[in-house]
Ligand binder design. Structure first.
Ligand code: NAD
Length: 242
């Protein structure tokens, strides 16, 4: 184990109120591509960049194309939690971790057993009719083709935050509370370029801010410790997850 890994292990052992803040990189080891890595969505060719397709304007103006992209690139119904998700669930069960805050929309933290998960960008597992409010599961959406439509005729919208849409203020408040009360903040698998989510780390007041990433991030200069590598391998090894 390298020095950075050993330091992280020691801090996790000492931690009583750890908060984890993660992004798409937490799920790449579950075979869900992120946006900005070389094999991520931004490096694949589409008629429009993913940020445009996943915007509120595009969703309203070109719903067929939106849902074609969404169904092909955002839905991974068979994905399973990896060692990172399992390690975080274990730390919570041991009473050391108070919350997972995620930008991911895949539901894998809950599937791994995490209870307190603050989903800043929503979840593909929840879908609501825009007209009557009826709830639909991901399985319901998978059974439909093209634009998912409610029995009332309304369009069904995934409960995910699109570009141009605001974050849920209640969830944001809870995330700020958890981060500002944390004795250790582990930030993993996020490029820290998508705001307002990326700005959340500024609410941390302690001296154990750890960044885990396989690459450099936009905020490396503020970290107390940087651990470079795959997050599933790193947290899995430290927490004893096979
Ligand atoms: P991003 O694609 O901008 O950045 C991912 C980061 O994770 C990169 O810095 C990359 O170097 C790193 N990374 C990739 N695999 C890693 C691994 N195995 N170990 C350690 N680091 C790894 O993603 P983001 O910052 O989360 O922001 C993009 C937005 O995309 C988010 O808001 C999120 O809603 C959305 N998104 C979600 C999913 C998902 O739910 N799984 C997938 C793609 C995008």
């Amino acid at each position: 184990m390298g020095t950075a890994m050993e330091q992280l292990k020691q801090w996790i052992e000492e931690g009583k109120r750890i908060v984890f803040f993660g992004g798409a990189g937490v799920s790449t080891e579950s075979n869900i591509p992120d946006f900005r890595s070389v094999d991520g969505l931004y490096h694949q060719q589409y008629a429009y960049p993913p940020e445009t397709i996943l915007s509120h304007t595009f969703y309203i103006r070109k719903p067929e194309e939106f849902f074609r992209f969404y169904r092909n690139k955002m839905l991974f119904p068979d994905a399973q939690p990896n060692r990172a998700h399992k390690a975080l669930a274990k730390l919570e069960a041991e009473g050391k971790l108070s919350a997972v805050i995620t930008q991911n929309i895949d539901g894998l933290h809950q599937k791994a057993g995490s209870k307190k998960v603050l989903e800043l960008h929503g979840s593909v597992l929840r879908n609501y009719c825009e007209r009557c409010g009826e709830f639909y599961t991901l399985e319901d959406i998978m059974k439909m083709e093209g634009i998912p439509t409610c029995h009332c005729g309304g369009r069904i919208k995934p409960d995910v935050v699109l570009y141009e849409e605001g974050l849920d203020q209640g969830i944001l408040r809870e995330a700020i509370y958890e981060i500002s009360h944390a004795d250790m903040l582990i930030v993993g698998g996020t490029s820290l370029v998508v705001y307002p989510a990326a700005g959340l780390i500024d609410y941390y007041k302690g001296n154990k801010l750890v960044l885990i990433n396989k690459d450099t991030t936009a905020r490396d200069s503020v970290a107390d410790l940087i651990v470079t590598g795959k997050i599933g391998e790193i947290l899995g090894t430290i927490c004893g997850i096979e």
